[in-house]
Design a protein around this ligand. Sequence first.
Ligand SMILES: [Zn+2]
Length: 55
Amino acid sequence: MTELPGKLAKIIGSLLCLLGFHDFKIIDATLGFGSAGGTSTVQCRRCGQVITRPN
Ligand SMILES: [Zn+2]
């Protein structure tokens, strides 16, 4: 039963990812100028999904 908490955390984690609640870390950021704005490239620590979003 010792592996249960880890498994449970993984299951909860993937559920959160499915619902769109990712655990993002910023892997790249671009500074914007004027009205153009910059973007951040973020990656989820759990599922590894990479998303580029406006700052
Ligand atoms: Zn995720």
